[in-house]
Design a protein around this ligand. Structure first.
Ligand SMILES: C[S@@+](CC[C@H](N)C(=O)[O-])C[C@H]1O[C@@H](n2cnc3c(N)ncnc32)[C@H](O)[C@@H]1O
Length: 258
């Protein structure tokens, strides 16, 4: 589905000194700039002196979302998340010295890619929604400045703005071993991540109604393995039974060997 965010999101900055950066972003992603007080937009892509974040306007709105690999859930999971025993690691085929190259076709805020990169995989990420891409790019840049994480991020994570379907359809060399898919699932509100991030992400980009098409492209691009993350009780994508199934805490990983 095409990104529907552009007409409801504006770029803003927290203080006048950040206006230049806000202008740059607005131009780059063809978003309006919220300059005057009182201008009403449903979401603001806000430049603060610490990071880029997405805020929902209005009373009772959830807190901001942003990509963060240095603290919070990503940091905790890196330190205490179970390493190679995590279902996602097994699903992509991390085993012994084998660290597959992964194409994350639905990058979102980069949580899954980051886990895999920390385990040693080379991960190429694609995100098609400009606002989500901007948040993720900002999180990656901040992590690059970190002494411990910077080298790892530089070596193992690469992000591109664009539609994975088109990219995978034309792929002729450097075919990744694994294509990883985590499309938006319509009824995902009850799991943990859905609480804030997913609700906001979905409100912005909608459900990924073309996920089946992406799956079919992934299955024919030459990759040895396709992994689809699904809510635990959801039917398999495109009604295609997986060759292997791994259950995580709130999700399940359907693994295919095309
Ligand atoms: C559920 S989120 C992914 C969350 C991610 N796994 C994480 O850990 O943060 C799905 C994301 O995939 C993106 N997406 C869906 N289809 C895509 C496609 N064909 N190409 C690029 N991005 C896509 C959506 O814009 C959305 O941001």
């Amino acid at each position: 589905m095409a990104n529907t965010a552009n007409h409801i999101v504006a770029v803003a900055c927290e203080q006048p000194g950040l206006l230049f950066r806000a202008r740059q972003l607005a131009e780059l992603f063809h978003l309006p700039l919220a300059e005057a007080e009182g201008e009403e937009f449903r979401y603001l892509l806000l430049v603060t002196d610490q990071r880029l974040e997405l805020r929902q306007a209005g009373k009772g709105a959830p807190g901001p979302i942003y990509a963060d690999f240095l603290a919070g859930a990503a940091h905790y999971r890196r330190k205490h998340g179970g390493g190679r025993d995590q279902a996602v690691a097994k699903a992509v085929g991390v085993r012994g010295k084998h660290l597959p190259s992964v194409f994350d076709a639905t990058a979102g805020l980069g949580g899954d890619s980051f886990v895999l990169a920390c385990l040693g995989c080379q991960v190429r990420m694609f995100e098609r929604a400009p606002v989500i891409f901007a948040l993720l790019e900002d999180g990656i840049k901040r992590a690059m400045g970190d002494k411990e994480l910077g080298p790892l991020i530089r070596r193992r994570l690469r992000l591109t703005l664009g539609d994975s379907r088109r990219f995978l359809q034309t792929l002729q060399k450097n075919i990744p071993e694994v294509v990883y898919l985590d499309p938006m699932y319509p009824h995902r509100e009850k799991n943990a991540l859905a609480k804030k991030e997913m609700r906001l992400l979905r409100a912005l980009v909608g459900d990924d109604h073309d996920a089946e098409e992406l799956f079919l492209v992934a299955m024919t691009c030459g990759a040895k393995r396709v992994v689809v993350k699904r809510p635990r009780l959801a039917p398999p994508l495109a009604d295609r039974e997986p060759d292997l199934l791994l259950a995580g805490k709130s999700s399940r990983f359907d693994v295919y060997f095309p």
